[in-house]
Write a protein that binds this ligand. Structure first.
Ligand SMILES: Cc1cc2nc3c(=O)[nH]c(=O)nc-3n(C[C@H](O)[C@H](O)[C@H](O)COP(=O)(O)OP(=O)(O)OC[C@H]3O[C@@H](n4cnc5c(N)ncnc54)[C@H](O)[C@@H]3O)c2cc1C
Length: 328
């Protein structure tokens, strides 16, 4: 059996990973992009989707969400494969390629570009014990498909932009939507909070969820919550609970990859080369003299990484051409 070996694997589907994958495909490399979350986009899409960004060249005042949408515009001339919900756990050099171990199987690529930001994003989960079989069914930390909430009684928990935005969105198709938060004030855009007040979403504040149980008769989730500042509890029965308590990330995996690090960051040279052969890095994950964690700078680092990889993989093709002359 012939092994499916990619020219390049991009590890991390934030803005820098997405653009680097696109650029690699444009430079004719057989490319695969891995992202540990169910959706691409990294920090702008996950942490500040509704905030406006003013310093990404040519995208004045664009929201994190729209920047992600623009980065994901596909052109059939520049195709790359994408694996979401796939965390790269380890990679090992075998002959002239790397074997890449993920939670979704093993892949192979001749070179890697690491664009993992601060490490894989994980949702902040409920801290009390609950039956794990409800996760992904009645209890969710991400919206995979909005239609799953159609006609349901839904409780959204959280007080930031993500919770407020999802409560508003879900309320358009759900039977009844509740939004539960531990404070009376929400940490969301003022315009979203105004929309919330005018929406059919029923607000349950200031409350904290303390217990979950599935009622086997009705298949409903019985959610017990404590009223903050009192000993009183109350219950609500819903079909679905969506918890949006924010995200965390860690650099545990990175420390096992044999890369030269400075603190939690990967040391790279001016070609974005790491200490490992054929392994490059770009974006928030890297450090060098003068590094700043900015999107536009990360895009340029991604281009440098790909052009360095081409020089090493296909020296005969490494002639640099402007895209405007290559594809008109
Ligand atoms: C609130 C806020 C506002 C900001 N505003 C601006 C701004 O106005 N202008 C600006 O230029 N910058 C801004 N930034 C910084 C900017 O968002 C970052 O510089 C940028 O997101 C870095 O992109 P990245 O792709 O390197 O990393 P990230 O965006 O962190 O993406 C990394 C991705 O890699 C994935 N990943 C990690 N480990 C693995 C693994 N092992 N396997 C698979 N996938 C993995 C993660 O899940 C994540 O999706 C802001 C940041 C924040 C937090």
């Amino acid at each position: 059996m012939t092994k499916n070996i990619f020219d390049i694997a991009i590890v991390g589907g934030g803005p820098i990973g997405i653009f680097t994958a696109f650029y690699a495909a444009m430079r004719n490399l057989k490319t695969i992009l891995f992202e540990s979350m169910p959706t691409l986009g990294g920090q702008p899409n996950t942490l500040y989707a509704q905030k406006k960004i003013y310093d990404v060249a040519g995208n004045f005042g664009i929201s994190g969400e729209d920047l992600t949408k623009n980065l994901l515009i596909k052109d059939q001339r520049f195709n790359y494969e994408t694996q979401v919900a796939t965390t790269v756990q380890h990679f090992t050099k075998v002959d002239d390629y790397y074997q890449i171990e993920t939670n979704n199987g093993t892949f192979a690529a001749r070179a890697l570009v690491i664009t993992i930001g601060n490490g894989p994003f994980q949702p902040r989960k409920l801290t009390f014990a609950y039956d794990p079989s409800i996760e992904g069914k009645q209890l969710n930390y991400f919206v995979q498909d909005l239609q799953d909430y159609k006609g349901c009684d839904v409780l959204v928990a959280g007080g930031g932009d993500t919770a407020v935005d999802w409560a508003l969105e879900i309320s358009k198709i759900a039977h009844q939507t509740y939004l539960l938060h531990r404070r009376d004030q929400f940490r969301a855009l003022e315009s979203s909070v105004t929309n919330l007040q005018q929406s059919p979403v029923q607000i349950l504040t200031p409350n904290i969820i303390t217990h979950l149980e599935l009622d086997p008769q009705s298949d409903k989730l019985v959610v017990t919550y404590k009223i903050v500042g009192t000993d009183q509890t109350a219950q609500i029965n819903v079909d679905k609970l969506l918890v949006n308590y924010g995200m965390t990330n860690n650099s545990r995996l990175l420390r096992q990859w044999g890369l030269q690090l400075q603190g939690p960051l990967i040391s790279v040279d001016s070609k974005m080369q790491t200490n490992l052969a054929s392994v490059y890095a770009a974006g928030d994950a890297v450090t060098y003299t003068g590094k700043q964690k900015l999107i536009t700078l990360g895009f340029a680092e991604g281009m440098l990484a790909i052009n360095s990889a081409i020089q090493q993989l296909y020296p005969e093709k490494s002639h640099f051409g402007h895209s405007s002359s290559l594809f008109n």
